[in-house]
Design a protein around this ligand. Structure first.
Ligand code: 5AD
Length: 375
C-alpha cells in the first residue's frame, strides 16, 4: 500500500479511488456536443492531468531511423506500395549522434521509430539499444511495428524500456479493412501483442487515429474503453490526415455533420482530436499522453499548446536529421520541417513555460507503471 503523499491538496491515493471515468452516454455527450460547449471537458481533463501526472512536460527526442516498410496500410505514406517515395535507413552512427543530441538537450528519453523494416534485424536493434543505454543512460522507447515476441524479448533484455504500437481503431472490422496482412500471414492481433509487451515488462503505449473513413463515433467511444482495459502507460492520438499516395488519399476533410450521433462518421477534425485527448486523460489518468505532431499539422500556431492544456503532458521534438524528416512522410505535412521550425520560433521549453508548466527532468515514466509494481 502506498503512503499517501500530499500533492496539490489531494492525497494521491485518492486518485485510485476517484471515479474519473464515465458511462457511455456521457462519453457520447462529449464526443457529439456542440463545439462551443466543451469548456467543462477541457477543465476536467486539465485538472486530472495535473493531479495524476503533475505540471512537468516531459521531452522525448524522436529519431525516425528508417522509412522502409513491408506493410501496405491503406492510410500511411510509408506503405510498401508507395513506390514514389525515396527510402532511407539511418546508420548506427547517425542514430547514436541523435541520442547524444537528446542527452545534451537534457531530454530523458529517446524514441526510436521506423516503418516495419525487417532489415532492422533483431540482433542489430539489440546492439543499438545496448550502445544507446551504455553511452547515454537515456530511457529508450521503441516503435518499430509488429515484431516477433522473440525480438521484443531480446530488445527488452538489451535495455529497451518502452514500446509504442497504436491499435489505430478498436473496430476489428475496420482494422482489417485498412491493414492488409503481410503476405504469407493470416493477419495480426495488436491487442494480443500489447498484452505480450506488458508481460515482457515494457511500459506499453498505444493509440488511435481520429476520423478514419468508416470510423464511427461509437468506435471512438470503444477506443477509450480499450485504453482503459489495457491500462495503457502511453496514449498517442492524432487526426487522420489523407495522404495522396495511399488508397485513402482521396478522402476529404470531414468537419462532422450536425447533429452527430453514435453512428455518425467520426470527423477527422481538430476539435474531435482534442475531445479524444481529453477523454483519454479521464480514462487513463496516470498515462503519459503526447501532444502529437499531427495536431501541430492541423493547427501550427497553437495545436501543440492546446493539446497540453487539454490532457497531454509530453512533447516529442523531432531530432531526425532534416533531410530524412522530409522523407518520413506518414502523412503530408502542410509545411516542410525547416519552415515549420522557422515559423514555430519558440523552442519546446519556451512553449512549455509560456503556458505555465515546467520542463520535465529524468526519464519520466508513467505513474501507472509504478502503481502496477505496487499492486
Ligand atoms: N494520418 C494520420 N496519422 C497517420 N499515421 C499513419 N498514417 C497516418 C495518416 N495518414 C499514424 C498511425 C501510426 C503512427 C506512426 O502514425 O497512427 O501508428
Amino acid at each position: 500500500m502506498a503512503i499517501p503523499e500530499k500533492r496539490n491538496g489531494l492525497e494521491s491515493s485518492n486518485l485510485e479511488d476517484q471515479r474519473f471515468w464515465m458511462d457511455k452516454d456521457e462519453v457520447f455527450h462529449w464526443l457529439t456536443v456542440d463545439g462551443k460547449n466543451l469548456e467543462e471537458l477541457w477543465i476536467r481533463a486539465d485538472r486530472i492531468r495535473r493531479d495524476a501526472v503533475g505540471e512537468s512536460v516531459h521531452l522525448r527526442g524522436l529519431l525516425e531511423i528508417s522509412n522502409h516498410c513491408v506493410r501496405d496500410c491503406h492510410y500511411c505514406g510509408l506503405r510498401a506500395g508507395n513506390q514514389g517515395l525515396r527510402r532511407y535507413r539511418m546508420t548506427e552512427e547517425e542514430i547514436l549522434n541523435g541520442a547524444h543530441k537528446a542527452k545534451v538537450l537534457g531530454y530523458g528519453t529517446v524514441v526510436i521509430q521506423a516503418g516495419e523494416d525487417p532489415a532492422l534485424s533483431g540482433e542489430w536493434v539489440a546492439r543499438l539499444v545496448r550502445c544507446i543505454k551504455e553511452e547515454t543512460g537515456l530511457a529508450i522507447t521503441l516503435s518499430l511495428g509488429e515484431r516477433s515476441l522473440e525480438e521484443l524479448a531480446v530488445w527488452k533484455g538489451a535495455g529497451a524500456d518502452r514500446y509504442l504500437l497504436r491499435f489505430e481503431t478498436s473496430s476489428k472490422e475496420l482494422f482489417q479493412r485498412i491493414h492488409p496482412p503481410r503476405s504469407g500471414t493470416s493477419g495480426s492481433d495488436r491487442i494480443i501483442l500489447l498484452k505480450n509487451l506488458r508481460q515482457l515488462g515494457y511500459e506499453v503505449g498505444s493509440g488511435v487515429m481520429v476520423g478514419i473513413p468508416g470510423q464511427s463515433i461509437r468506435d471512438l467511444a470503444n477506443d477509450l474503453d480499450l485504453f482503459r482495459s489495457l491500462d495503457l502507460d502511453m496514449i498517442g492520438i492524432g487526426p487522420f490526415l489523407p495522404h495522396p499516395d495511399t488508397p485513402l488519399g482521396g478522402y476529404q476533410f470531414h468537419a462532422g455533420q450536425e447533429p452527430m450521433g453514435p453512428d455518425s462518421q467520426a470527423p477527422n477534425s481538430e476539435s474531435m482530436t482534442y475531445r479524444m485527448l481529453a477523454l483519454a486523460r479521464l480514462s487513463c489518468p496516470q498515462a503519459n499522453i503526447p501532444s502529437t505532431t499531427a495536431l501541430a499539422v492541423v493547427n501550427l500556431a497553437e495545436g501543440k499548446e492546446l493539446g497540453l492544456q487539454r490532457g497531454a503532458n509530453v512533447f516529442m521534438p523531432n531530432l531526425t536529421p532534416v533531410e530524412y524528416q522530409r522523407l518520413y512522410e506518414i502523412y503530408p505535412a502542410k509545411v516542410h520541417p525547416e519552415e515549420q521550425m522557422a515559423r514555430s520560433r519558440k523552442c519546446p521549453e519556451e512553449c512549455i513555460r509560456a503556458i505555465g508548466r515546467t520542463v520535465g527532468t529524468g526519464p519520466g515514466p508513467a505513474p501507472s507503471m509504478a502503481r502496477r509494481l505496487l499492486d
